[in-house]
Every structure is written in structure tokens, then in C-alpha cells.
Design a protein around this ligand. Sequence first.
Ligand code: PLP
Ligand code: ZN
Length: 433
Amino acid sequence: MLRCTGCGERFPILEIRYRCDQCNALLEVDTDLEAMRKARKPSEWKELFQERLGHFRPPYASGVWRYHEWILPQIPVERIVTKLEGSTPLYSGETLRRSLDAPAVFIKHEGENPTLSFKDRGMTVGVSWARHIQSKAVICASTGDTSAAMAAYASEVPGLRGIVLLPRDKVTFEQLAQPIASGCLTLALDTDFDGCMRVLQEFCQRHPVYVLNSLNPIRIEGQKTIGIETLQQLQWQPPDWFVIPVGNAGNISALGKGLLEARELGLIDRLPRIAGVQVEAANPLYLSYKNGFREAVSVEAGQTLASAIRIGQPVSYHKAAKVIQQLDGVVEEVGEQAIMDAKARVDACGVSICPNSGAAVAGYLKLRTAGIIGRDERVVLIATAHGAKFSQSTLDYHRSELSGITPRGANPVQPLAATLEAVEQATGFVRTS
Ligand SMILES: *Cc1c(COP(=O)(O)O)cnc(C)c1O
Ligand SMILES: [Zn+2]
């Protein structure tokens, strides 16, 4: 069943519906935890999930479908469209821990998914469902990564059209190349993300297309697995905190839903806290948090290098506000300089992240300075996309070409003559004979 997050009204899961017709709030999948509890004890679920780590083939080799019963038991295995997404690393290397002066910090790297962002976790479920309900077309508005993921999954399904609406000139080069290469109809609209979203909502009220933005409750179920898989990687010993960048607020809602369900199922015995991080240029959730979530704030999103979270009117505001309160969470905001310096620090430890993920790291550091997160606390920072999708800002940073930013971690390329002597001089190696 689908359940309204506003008034609690329930709808059959097979109905294509994104909002409640009573109160217009978003819907969520009412996961049947009772059925799961009846089927297996917590220790037996853990054993099953552990046993599936030994699989090489679909569906259980996927870090989403490993949790099939918890995600979408309604879908038969043979309808699943998967690229074996998930199973992403939890980095905690020595250089990283030293660089952040954090003995118990982890980076859950969702950029190491098939299309290089966490959106694959949602899309494997969303596109599988589109195939199950025999949709002819899927559509999304995107700040870049949603469209890349949707296009790549949709192009695996015969007869399924993919349509993406992008804000013109507001996604990176690499992100733009992805849906084009996947053969998806790619429309660059002369507006920002919020403008694309408005057009999409009008379009889909009139035409039979399946919407794969994060207002889609089925997609959110796939994204729940970021937190769930992290818990499994930590042997079900929950961290003290998860820190996550926030744009449209679907992912933080999904993270919270998964953690709360893990607690209800008895797989963990206490709840982690969560910290959502926004950029100063697009900080509506931060402003709402500051007013105690008394009212939803919307802003016009300004220029930011963290372009994937350049969103002024988060569609999942109410869901996010609720999980933040349930998980004793906080929301922080960070500026461009802090984002790029934090990204450079993590990049330099061999973990390539994007500016949006840099915002999460910068937010973490700011919360440390404020004394809200302690140095020794166990913290999972969620990196949402790979640095390779944002090479322009990385190069510009290291060349000191980002206006208004003084790169503290710059490592510029050094042009050099093609001689032994020049290389010796540049490297500091001295000839002994
Ligand atoms: C989509 C996206 C986000 C934001 O997720 P929301 O669910 O919109 O809050 C953050 N980082 C990256 C890289 C993304 O692609
Ligand atoms: Zn309702």
C-alpha cells in the first residue's frame, strides 16, 4: 500500500499516484514490517543479507535487491532491471582519518555506483516498477544525476522511452553527456531546476508518463538502502551520525525511513542522528530548521558549485522535516569556499568526491567546530556522486580559477621542459653518480 504522509489515507500500490487526493501531501510506501517480523527473527534477516553477499548475479548481487523483501516485495524477480548498483565502499583510510582529525569517520561513497551517483539505487527500483506496470515512458526533471541514472536504466528496457528536463547550462558537461549517450530525449529548459519541476508536474497531469523524480515513493524505497547497507557494513552497530547533502530532500527522507525501519525490525538497538547539509545559495531546509520547522521556507536558488543541490523549493520538505525530528537531527549550511576546500581534502586521500559531497564534509567540519558532533563520534559522511562528474570545478580549483575562492588545497599542474634535468629539479631528486 501507499500511505499519505499528511493525512494517513491509503492507496493501492499499483495506482500511479504521487500525491494524496485528499490533502495533496506526498505518499510513501507502507512497508509491511509486520510481515517481515513474522517471516524471520532479526538475526535470521541479518544472516540472509550476509549470505547474499556471496552472490555474483542479479538480483541479490545488487546492494539494493539484497534487501528485496524490505524494498519492494511486490515486484517479481524477473521484472527487476539492475546494474548491480549499491555495494559501495565505506572508506575509512588512515589519510582520511588524519586529514579530518576524526578517528571514527567513514565515507559511504555512493559515487561508485554505475552512473556515478546514488540515484542508481532509486532508479533500479523506479524503472523496474515502470516495466512491471507496463509504462511506455518515464520522465524526470533533474539537476544532472537523476537524468543520467534514469536514462541508463530506461535504455535497458525495450519499448520504454526516457524523457529528461534539465535546467539549461546548470548541469556539468559530464552529466549532460550521460542521458544523451543513453539515447534519452534530453530537453534543456531555459529555467532552473524548480522551473523544470513545475513544467514536469503540469505535463504529467495531462499525459500517461511515469514520473521518476524523488516525489515518486517507489524510487525512495531503493534509496533507503544507502543507510541499510551502511548498517550492514558496520555489522549493525549504528554510527552516532549520518551526514548527508540535501537538495530536493528525497534522499534524507529515504535515509531516515530506512533507519527507522531498521530500528522497528530490531536490526539495530538505537537510532543514529542525522545532519542535513545545504549550501548558503540554496538553503530553504536550513531556514525552515532554524524556525523550528514551523513553516516551509522556499528561496530562489542562487549560483553554487554544488549544482546538484541547487534547489529552492524541496519537494520532500515535509517528509524530511519529519525524519529530522524523529532522528534528533540538525541542518547546517556551508559556503562555497568551505565546500571546495573540504572536497580537496577528501580528494587528496584518494577518495574522489563531488562538490555536493564536499558540502556534507564541510558541514561535518562546521558541526565539529560548533561542538555538536564530537571528535571521537562514529560518523558516516554520505558522498552522493563521484568527482569525475564534476571535473571542471576540480580543475578550476587547482588552477586557482574559481572566483571568490582561495584554494587552500591547490595542487596545480606544473608545465615543464622535456629533460632529465628539469624533472630532477622539479622532483627534488639529486643525482648521486
Ligand atoms: C540528487 C543529488 C543530491 C540531493 O539529493 P536530494 O534527494 O535531492 O536531496 C545530492 N548530491 C548529488 C550528487 C545528487 O545527485
Ligand atoms: Zn492526505
